[in-house]
Write a protein that binds this ligand. Structure first.
Ligand SMILES: [Zn+2]
Length: 223
């Protein structure tokens, strides 16, 4: 089988495969996100048959393509230009990037499934070449108002990731413990000095056998 080509005209992976986040249905990212302006063309990575083309809930407008033993899912299209049952050759434009379904900005969410199970797409795309953007390919020419949204999204996902907060809590907890330890030592020293003074006073004021110091065994709680 010929090597796959990169499906997008953009290179930036705004979210890799496998990153954990509770907001994902499976608890981790089941594909890769390639951030690209709305309307950018998406190409079939290899020859194969379209097995689905239409709305798919959180995936938005979705195209599925059978390629040998694998099924590839392309998601969040603004527009789909292929239909179910159609055979497409490598490089055929199958749709245009968008942000339909559960998405925070224009990107292609790309999945590879083997026997229905998602796998890391990168080994399949390894060595694939980015097809340069061609102005005649773009469905619509739009200046990209979402430049940098990939990084913003990544930052947002980082600060909403419980693991990040666990790390922050651990670092802060460590700091607080350190401060408490210092304060504790200082207090103990101060109290020790104070107690030492009191004991000296009591001892110096007390006469043997007086109420000041009770003898061992003849405790005040004797009765
Ligand atoms: Zn994604």
């Amino acid at each position: 089988m010929a090597a796959w080509i990169w499906p997008s005209v953009c290179k930036t992976i705004s979210q890799p495969y496998g990153r954990r986040n509770a907001r994902y249905v499976k608890g981790y990212h089941t594909g890769i996100d390639i951030a690209c302006p709305n309307g950018s063309p998406v190409r079939a990575v290899a020859d194969g048959t379209i097995t689905a083309a239409g709305w798919a809930g959180a995936y938005g407008n979705q195209v599925k393509q059978k390629i040998g033993g694998a099924e590839v899912w392309y998601n969040h299209f603004s527009k789909i230009v292929v239909s179910k049952g159609q055979g497409v050759s490598q490089g055929t434009i199958i749709g245009y990037e968008g942000t339909t379904g559960q998405s925070t900005g224009p990107h292609l969410h790309f999945e590879v499934r083997i026997n229905g199970k998602d796998v890391d797409p990168m080994p399949y795309l390894g060595g694939s070449k980015v097809v340069p953007a061609d102005s005649t390919d773009a469905e619509q020419v739009i200046s990209n108002p979402f430049e940098g949204i990939g990084h913003l999204k990544e930052f947002f996902e980082l600060i909403t990731d419980p693991v990040t907060w666990l790390r922050v809590a651990m670092v802060m907890g460590g700091g607080v413990l350190l401060i408490m330890a210092f304060v504790g030592v200082a207090k103990t020293k101060a109290l020790g000095a104070l107690a030492g003074d009191k004991v000296k006073k009591v001892v110096s004021n007390a006469k043997p056998g007086s109420a000041g110091i009770s003898k061992p065994g003849s405790g005040a709680n004797g009765r």
